[in-house]
Design a protein around this ligand. Sequence first.
Ligand code: PML
Length: 268
Amino acid sequence: MDTPLYSVRMRASSQGQHLAGAERIVSGAAVSEVTAAMVSRAMNCATGAAEEIHCSVERIASAVRFEPLPDVATYIVNNWQDGRQLAGTLLFRAGVEKDVAAQAVLLLANGAGTGGSVMRGAVIMDAETGERLEKDPSRGVRVSRMDLSSECRAELMRELASAGLGHHRVLEALVLAGKVLRAPGIVAELCWSDDPNYTTGYVAAPSGGYQRISALKPVGDSYGGRVFFVKRSHVSLEGFVNYMEHQAVLFNALGAISPPGKWVATDG
Ligand code: PML
């Protein structure tokens, strides 16, 4: 009989503001240790002490999908303006209309949530028309239930560190994007962090993999978020959201990790 797996999730907040979140998929034997490590991380958050920490542990009842991670590429750009131009190019290459890509960049830059706030979940956008498709635009879609097998985690940490990509955000975003790229009907994802000191973001696409861009916003800017592009006429939105929120995906093999390369913007 297969060993049962558990989804362990943590979210920490202070004065109603999200501070930190984490999630893992582990065997029953590892649940206590992983939960304790998450609580410790929330208690020692660089952005302030947590006032509330919520942890949940759920046995995964449905079949877990085992998948390889996407390839990783890093483009070094001169500034965030060039980074946004590159994001537009990569999104267009993936199948997103040019004006829709530009619209998505502006949406994240100005706050995709209610009243121009940062949205915790992701926007779903029609790659052909730019129409927003998420049911509740104040909440967006949360991607959940994805992790690395323990062998793959150890190997990935080693490989990322030796490529100079040891920041925890790279590993976490790569795993999330890995799940997104396996979604039925996904065209591409655009993401950058709302951390004012973390300016790197990425465009992920089934054909291009996880394509990091060294700057997508100026330092000090606290806007960020995620946009998932689909083609409305080709996708079941219900199936898409259900996959993002509920399907457990465990990554058990690495993709190629290329060394960073310089990217120079072109006119027009
Ligand atoms: C990376 O450097 O590859 C991570 C980029 C996106 C980070 C998103 C986030 O942590 O919110």
